[in-house]
Ligand binder design. Structure first.
Ligand code: AMP
Length: 113
C-alpha cells in the first residue's frame, strides 16, 4: 500500500492533534470536524479499507472499536456517539487508509446522506 495522508501522520511527517496512541493504532482529531467531537481511529498497519481486511485482522478491528469507545467516555460523550467506517467510493471513503470515525457531542441525524 502506498503512502497516504494517514500513514504520514503515523510517521510524524505531517502534524495532527493526537488524542491516543498505542502499539496498534493512533487516534487524532479530524481536520474538518462534522460534530463537536470528531476523531479518527486508525490502525498503524496499512490497510486500505474494510474491503481489504482478513480474518487475521479480527483482533485489530476489535481493538479499534474498543479504543474508540474508551475515547468516547474520556471525551464525555455520555449521551451517545456514533462510529462510522466509510468504505470505497459508494461508501464515501476519501482516504485509502482504514479509519473509524468517532462522532459525538450533538444529536446526529439518521439516515446518513
Ligand atoms: P473518509 O471520507 O471517511 O475517508 O474520511 C476521511 C477524513 O479524513 C475526513 O473526515 C477528513 O476531514 C479527514 N482528514 C483528511 N486529512 C486530514 C488530516 N490531515 N488530519 C486530520 N483529518 C484529516
Amino acid at each position: 500500500m502506498s503512502e497516504t495522508i494517514f500513514s504520514k501522520i503515523i510517521d510524524r511527517k505531517i502534524p495532527a492533534r493526537i488524542e491516543h496512541e498505542d502499539d496498534l493504532c493512533l487516534a487524532f482529531h479530524d481536520v474538518a470536524p462534522q460534530a463537536p467531537v470528531h476523531l479518527l481511529v486508525i490502525p498503524k498497519k496499512r490497510i486500505a479499507s474494510l474491503a481489504d481486511v482478513t480474518p487475521a485482522d479480527r483482533d485489530l478491528l476489535g481493538h479499534l472499536v474498543v479504543v474508540a469507545t474508551e475515547l468516547a467516555a474520556k471525551l464525555g460523550l455520555a449521551d451517545g456517539f456514533r462510529l462510522v467506517v466509510n468504505c470505497g467510493r459508494d461508501g464515501g471513503q476519501s482516504v485509502d487508509h482504514l479509519h473509524v470515525h468517532l462522532l459525538g457531542g450533538r444529536r446526529l441525524g439518521w439516515p446518513p446522506g
